[in-house]
Design a protein around this ligand. Structure first.
Ligand code: CU
Length: 132
């Protein structure tokens, strides 16, 4: 009885830990009439390539799929490290947009998402993410 209880606890802990490691990231920011949702399949981000997705909706909740979406991800200067900054354009993907964030260092990163649609205002939304 005691042994099986112990095994059960170990199994439960293992499942909990595994779930914690594969839990994704999702955050939402709104500017003007646009809402941007940034997601990653697993979180924290890893050193290396991270597939990320962006979903944009307008005030009525309709997906905006015809925007030009610029992404700037960066780490501000820290002691002993020059600022790191990368610019990519997110590509259309499944009604939203996708890009790869190639992370070079662990710590806190910022992701700026800039949305350009014709002659409408082009808001930039900033997200804070962690890499390990
Ligand atoms: Cu750094």
């Amino acid at each position: 009885m005691k042994k099986s209880m112990m095994l059960f606890i170990i199994a439960a802990l293992a499942m909990f830990t595994a779930a914690g490691c594969t839990k994704g990231y999702q955050a939402q920011k709104t500017a003007g009439d646009l809402t941007v949702t940034l997601s990653a399949g697993s979180y924290p981000l890893i050193i290396g390539d991270n597939a990320m997705t962006i979903k944009i909706t307008d005030a009525s909740g309709k997906a905006v799929s015809d925007a030009k979406v610029g992404v700037r991800y960066y780490m501000s200067a820290m002691p002993g490290m020059a600022p790191m900054e990368y610019n990519v354009e997110a590509a259309p993907q499944g009604g939203g947009y996708g890009f790869t964030a190639t992370i070079a260092m662990e710590g806190g990163w910022r992701v700026d998402v800039n949305v350009v649609r014709g002659d409408k205002p082009s808001p930039t939304m900033t997200f804070n993410v962690d890499a390990r």
